[in-house]
Design a binder for this molecule. Structure first.
Ligand code: ADP
Ligand code: ADP
Ligand code: MG
Length: 662
């Protein structure tokens, strides 16, 4: 076994790999860019080497600098994580030449699967079912049009070198092929330096279901079952689970068999994933093979009890697979939610900055794979994933309930995040039914997601908690007033008026042992909690069920966050309520005349010109930052007076892009 390995990655996956290495008694070397010198993965490693400036091109993607770090530290093997150099065959070859082991598949398998056109042809030859289409690079629009008409609309234009959901366009007619062909090519060229695109049939309302395979270098290949990753935004996974609520045993076996056939055909060794798209009739079609550890691998680990990183390391060290297909046992259900620093209420704009508070949840069946810590920074240079939250339960409902509770108890302040959005998806009846498709988010959240206007299925419970928390705060304050005469202490009345979403609710609170009893017009509630005033997490058992809510003072209101809803609640005593001035319930829209770049980035496109009338919510510009293309929308109606930047410009934070007429 290796004595020392280097992890050529950052963030949560670098920490994840080190955890297993430590367990196996292997020393770890971290590499880091200048922006990451205080990052969590650096502190977790036995040794760390700086490999260059913040942009990944000069650090995490620099083969030369990483090789130098390996020589310097004497590491015998390299785990590439995901992203960065994980699917770079040239890197794997270079390591081999230097006598260093790549903890991943053979370079030839990476090459064969790294290109979508090539891998599709190969899969077809190996007897794997592929999406009907034309697996050749398209020469021009005319060819794209004739191919599309042959296949029959709708079709999908895809970048052959694609990944991360980039370079993909759907077309329902000739016009959409004309525009989609050029924009897919452009995006492929700028993201991958390879503009080749091809066309396949667009499978409607499909589900994304993938098979985890595991192969050693002695010809043994098994699969560890499926993961369903249908909850996607712009073709990128947001929530994944194992098993899939959709598969029957027969389809599962057929998909597993085909995945193994493909792995054999490319002489695969290591962990890998064969992705399929599955239609409503459970016909499945090969999409691509990812020749690396996948972001969502933890759901497979929690359901199989296996450590995929350990298996990858053992396979790379030449060991045989320790189990046969019939030894693979799966139990329970696991769900993963990707926590991103992004603002769902503002077009999912990524957010960078300092994590003022960062407190991940703990609990039964809860796993958090994290790459940050409280006080640390989310850098503008890398993708905005903060952590992965994974829950396991006996069945799907338990995994969902645990995920809901864990999301409610995940405390992040200082950067925008998508936790409320994830909670809203988890609480959505259609999600709970398992009625998923890759169009779920687009269909159920067509206008993005704003926690301030999210629905909540138990407002009475929010009222009860709001009344209990303010009652508790007042009681404590009254008790701390000095010079009170015994027997004549100040008493706090239990009557409160809670104004939630503009509606008044009466609540009477009495303190009891271990919590509060609350009676309201809507019914009575027993709230049992040891919550302390000022603590943002309100853990409680309410009427027998466990619950976590976030309760924070927001000037004179209480900001309550639960199950995707965030509302500023006003709690008054009945006298004050009579004279209450109705406070504006929502922040006024940004009336600024200037649209500024929210972060440093590259201006990809501008949708407007001077003189153009725009409505709130309309697209203004696309900015690439933190590895994502972000659509910036108008926050108000108005007329464009001038544009101060053009596509291709590098933008600094706050740089003025567009000026509105006053
Ligand atoms: P995965 O299932 O591992 O996310 P994908 O094919 O969706 O695989 O993603 C391909 C690569 O793109 C991944 O290796 C990951 O590093 C990167 N990626 C995924 N999501 C994002 C994102 N939101 N921003 C930037 N990069 C991403
Ligand atoms: P990437 O390398 O970017 O991950 P994939 O080929 O895996 O590219 O596709 C990403 C996502 O796009 C899939 O998970 C699926 O949601 C959607 N998709 C891809 N091909 C098709 C298709 N032929 N029909 C419908 N959806 C598709
Ligand atoms: Mg994919």
């Amino acid at each position: 076994m290796f004595k020392k390995i280097l992890i050529a990655n950052r963030g949560e996956i670098a920490c994840r790999v080190m955890r297993t290495a430590r367990k196996m008694g292997i020393k770890t070397v971290a590499v880091y860019s200048e922006a990451d010198k205080d990052a969590l993965h650096v502190g977790e490693a036995d040794e760390a080497v700086c490999i260059g400036p913040p942009p990944s091109s000069g650090s995490y993607l620099s083969i030369k600098n990483i090789i130098r770090a390996i020589r310097h530290t004497g590491a015998e093997a390299v785990h590439p994580g995901y992203g960065f150099l994980s699917e770079n065959a040239a890197f794997a070859r270079k390591l081999a030449k230097e006598g260093i082991v790549f903890i991943g598949p053979p370079p030839a398998a990476i090459d064969a699967m790294g290109d979508k056109i090539r891998s599709k042809k190969l899969a077809k030859k190996a007897g794997v079912s592929t999406v009907p289409g034309y697996a050749e690079s398209l020469k021009d629009v005319d060819q794209a049009l004739s191919v599309s008409r042959d296949i029959g609309y709708p079709i999908m234009i895809k970048a052959s070198a694609g990944g991360g959901g980039k370079g993909i366009r759907i077309a329902h007619d000739d016009d959409q092929v004309r525009t989609g062909f050029h924009s897919a090519m452009r995006e492929a060229e700028s993201s991958f330096g390879d503009g080749r695109v091809f066309i396949e049939k667009f499978i409607e309302n499909p589900r994304h279901i993938e098979i985890q395979v595991l192969a050693d270098s002695h010809g043994n290949v098994i699969h560890l079952g499926e993961r369903e990753c249908s909850i996607q935004r712009r073709h990128q996974k947001v929530i994944e689970e194992a098993p899939s609520p959709f598969l029957d045993a027969k389809t599962r076996k057929a998909m597993g068999d085909q995945a193994i056939m493909l792995a054999r055909a490319v002489k695969y060794a290591s962990a890998g994933t064969v992705e399929f798209i599955v239609d409503a009739e459970r016909n499945f079609y090969f999409l691509e093979m990812n020749t690396r550890l996948q972001v969502e691998h933890p759901v497979t680990e929690l359901t199989t009890g296996l450590d995929l990183v350990e298996l990858m390391i053992r396979i790379a060290a030449g060991e045989h697979l320790p189990l046969r297909q019939e030894d693979v046992k799966r139990s329970g259900w696991a769900i993963e939610a990707r926590i991103y620093a992004e603002d769902p209420a503002r077009g999912f704009m990524p957010s960078a900055g300092r994590l003022r508070r960062y407190q991940p949840p703990v609990g039964d069946g809860v796993r958090v794979d994290t790459g940050v810590y409280e006080g640390g920074d989310i850098s503008v240079h890398y993708d905005p994933m903060i952590a992965k939250l994974i829950t396991h339960g006996h069945d799907r409902n338990e995994a969902i309930a645990r995920m809901g509770l864990a999301l409610d108890g995940f405390l992040i302040r200082g950067v925008s995040h998508n936790i409320a959005f994830l909670a809203a998806i988890l609480a959505h009846p259609r999600f709970v039914q398992g009625n998923l498709s890759t169009a779920f988010i687009a269909e159920e959240f067509p206008n993005g997601f704003d926690p301030a206007s999210a629905p909540h299925d138990d407002p009475a419970m929010l009222v009860a908690v709001a009344a209990a928390s303010i009652h508790h705060a007042y009681q404590q304050r009254a008790a701390s007033i000095s010079g009170q005469v015994s027997g004549h202490e100040r008493r706090v009345h239990g009557d409160w008026v809670v104004i939630l979403k503009g509606e008044n609710h009466q609540a009477t609170v009495s303190s009891v042992d271990g919590g509060f009893d609350i009676s309201m017009d809507e019914g009575a509630h027993k709230v049992r909690t040891d919550w302390k005033v000022g603590e943002p997490l309100f853990h409680a058992v309410i009427d027998g069920s466990e619950l976590c809510m976030q309760v924070e003072r927001n000037v004179i209101k209480y900001r309550m966050t639960h199950a995707g809803l965030q509302d500023d609640v006003l709690v008054l005593n009945p006298d004050a309520a009579k004279f209450q001035a109705i406070m504006p319930t929502k922040a006024p829209p940004d009336a600024s005349r200037l649209l500024r770049s929210p972060m440093p980035g590259l201006l990809i496109s501008l949708a407007v010109r001077p003189g153009r009338q725009v409505k709130a919510g309309e697209e203004l510009a696309v900015i690439e930052a933190m590895k994502m293309e972000n659509i910036v929308c108008a926050e108000r109606d108005g007329v464009i007076k001038a544009v101060h930047a053009e596509p291709g410009d590098r933008l600094t934070a706050d740089q003025v892009i567009i000026e509105f007429e006053p």
